[in-house]
Design a protein around this ligand. Structure first.
Ligand code: NAG
Ligand code: NAG
Ligand code: NAG
Ligand code: NAG
Ligand code: NAG
Ligand code: NAG
Ligand code: NAG
Ligand code: NAG
Ligand code: NAG
Ligand code: NAG
Length: 502
């Protein structure tokens, strides 16, 4: 269990350092959460439907009234104006027990480039149950949308923190933790041949959510520097599944715990998130517990070469220990926020649309006596969130493409696929040795926003290898590489276009 926990902690710090601050704003939100909140939806006896709508990407709001209709779809008007005059088009269809609402809205964002407005079109369509008084069961009620423009995507929503929708998650009077197999060990050490050490670990399970965290002694606990047994509580490091992958959303469960070796008192303080009652009214719960653990200790002399100078004491409780939780704080969160995807730094799609660039490295030109030369380099799309992705090698196909004879197809190197590739899916290039000018036509694909609808991009790059080349001849082959072996450079991609297969 211990090495498992260490691995999780290591992964957690790597993820944290690889990410920069998330960006928000109209453009990022439009790609991440094209969706609408419907409030105070009411169907009156006279057959009119009225409600308040908020576009969650832009904060645009309107009050709508939909004409009394017979059966089928009925158009809604914004404050008396017919929808045909507006970029927001809404229709409703009422059945005895539910209302179906269809939204189609076009808007623009200018937060990426003050001189260029990026237009978005999104559509959504969902239904809500009506109470007998004609009001919607959920208020606010969320209609998730799909973008139609500038790209066709249906955003992935997050799965949220463990157990957030488990019935009873927010039933705090009954909250408790189960401690499995608490274990404490300390060894005295003689200060000469053996150092003092101590170790504590336990698996902590939140009974309300099922969330598990492994808590263990961290740095400063088992390093022999602290007195053994130390006086006062020692902080533990607690880690759970939240660090294993991204996509969990904006909230992650946090656990703080300590163990006092002199009293065996274990203290835990955890914050978790619930929307089991309704995703429209999520809550954040912080609770704590503190209790002395019923550990039973056994001591034995240990040592090497017949010199038993150390005493090792092991304290365990073989069965589970249940700690009743005391509620410290319960507060409301923004409606539907638990499963909202978090707009992060620009990934493959937004980088390709707003600031398309390749980063080149490992540039090399090989030639033999017969004048045939072969160019190769490494390449990766520049994004705000490369994660653990690395550049891919590109080398030159043997025969020139038809045309002026200076363009060659790319041979795209072996891919070690981890996550979004950020590499060309196909390309061709030409290299002019005299000017050191490299031209590239490439296609690449982005699917991180919607794996079911990949976007195929293409674009052109013309750049100069702005570094002297150093050559040496190895077995009759002249190999020229950039004088600085680590030289890499970034170049704009122009004439970017994209398409999607329907
Ligand atoms: C919408 O309003 C929220 C809350 O006031 C704010 O945090 C967010 O930045 C706004 N979004 C836009 C696109 O203005
Ligand atoms: C629709 O918009 C046009 C132009 O703004 C205006 O002349 C017209 O009166 C509007 N129609 C209605 C029914 O409001
Ligand atoms: C949404 O509205 C736009 C503009 O009026 C229209 O071109 C498009 O066909 C509509 N899409 C849907 C799915 O209703
Ligand atoms: C902003 O958009 C204009 C027009 O498309 C473009 O010429 C300019 O390079 C853009 N600026 C930035 C910083 O992206
Ligand atoms: C609305 O959504 C339902 C499924 O939720 C789908 O069957 C229906 O075709 C959609 N209607 C329109 C007009 O898009
Ligand atoms: C707490 O648990 C008891 C017994 O299982 C149950 O009767 C009660 O409804 C629970 N309380 C809450 C708030 O869920
Ligand atoms: C528990 O954590 C909360 C939030 O981090 C903090 O405000 C509170 O002081 C902590 N309580 C204890 C007993 O550690
Ligand atoms: C090809 O190589 C020959 C001899 O190695 C040389 O004389 C000739 O100039 C080369 N041609 C070009 C185009 O580099
Ligand atoms: C690359 O594009 C950016 C933004 O569009 C522009 O500001 C910059 O001048 C371009 N760089 C080159 C070398 O063309
Ligand atoms: C890139 O686009 C510009 C303007 O649309 C055009 O003049 C140019 O020929 C294009 N370049 C290539 C290589 O297609």
């Amino acid at each position: 269990m211990r090495s498992y926990s260490l691995l999780l902690v290591a992964a957690a710090s790597a993820v944290a350092s690889a990410q920069s601050l998330p960006t928000t704003g109209c453009t990022s939100n439009s790609f991440a959460i094209p969706s609408w909140l419907i409030e105070d939806l009411e169907y009156t006896a006279a057959g009119k439907t009225s409600f308040h709508i908020t576009n969650r990407a832009t904060n645009y709001t309107a009050d709508l009234t939909c004409s009394p209709g017979s059966s089928g779809w009925n158009a809604c008007a914004i404050q008396g104006k017919p929808w045909s005059n507006d970029t927001l088009q809404v229709s409703v269809q009422i059945s005895e027990t539910s209302a179906q609402v269809m939204v189609n809205q076009t808007w623009t964002c200018n937060d990426r480039n003050g001189t260029k407005l990026m237009p978005f079109t999104a559509v959504g369509n969902d239904s809500v149950a009506l109470k007998s008084d004609g009001h919607a069961v959920n208020s606010p009620w969320l209609i998730k949308g799909s973008l139609l423009s500038p790209v066709t995507i249906t955003p992935k929503y997050a799965w949220g923190p463990t157990g957030h929708d488990k019935p009873g998650c927010a039933a705090t009077p009954n909250a408790s933790w189960i401690l499995s197999a608490p274990f404490y060990m300390y060894q005295t050490g003689d200060g000469v041949t053996a150092i003092a050490s101590q170790d504590f670990n336990v698996l902590l399970t939140n009974a309300a959510t099922g969330y598990q965290a492994s808590c263990m002694s961290g740095a400063g606990f088992g390093d022999g520097l602290t007195p053994t047994p130390a006086s006062g509580p020692l902080n533990l490091v607690c880690a759970g599944s939240e660090f294993q992958s991204s996509g969990g959303g904006k909230y992650s469960i946090t656990t703080a715990a300590s163990f006092d070796p002199s009293t065996f008192r274990f203290t835990v303080n955890q914050t978790w998130y619930c929307d089991d009652l309704s995703p429209a009214s999520p809550v954040q719960v912080t609770a704590s517990a503190s209790e002395s653990l019923p550990l039973t200790c056994t001591s034995a002399s240990v040592g090497t070469d017949g010199a038993f100078t150390d005493t090792k004491t092991t304290c365990i409780n073989p069965s589970d220990v249940t700690l009743a939780a005391q509620l410290l704080l319960q507060s409301a969160l923004v409606p539907y926020s638990i499963e909202d995807p978090v707009p992060g730094p620009d990934g493959c799609t937004l980088s390709s649309i707003f600031h398309p660039q390749w980063t080149f490295s490992a540039f090399e030109v090989d030639s033999t006596g017969t004048n045939a030369s072969s160019t190769s380099f490494e390449i990766i799309l520049r994004t705000g969130s490369p994660g653990f992705q690395f550049p891919i090698s590109i080398s030159q196909d043997t025969t020139a493409l038809a045309g002026d004879g200076s363009w060659y197809s790319c041979i795209i190197g072996p891919s070690g696929d981890i996550g979004q590739p950020l590499w060309p899916t196909s390309c061709s290039f030409k290299y002019q040795a005299t000017t050191q000018e490299l031209s590239l036509r490439a296609e690449w694909s982005c699917s991180e926003l919607d794996p079911d609808h990949p976007i195929i991009f293409s674009g052109i790059t013309t750049t100069t290898v702005n570094s002297p080349l150093a050559c040496e001849t190895v077995e009759g082959v002249s190999q020229c590489v950039t004088a600085d072996g680590a030289y890499s450079w970034t170049a704009n991609i122009s004439n970017v276009t994209w398409h999607q297969t329907p």
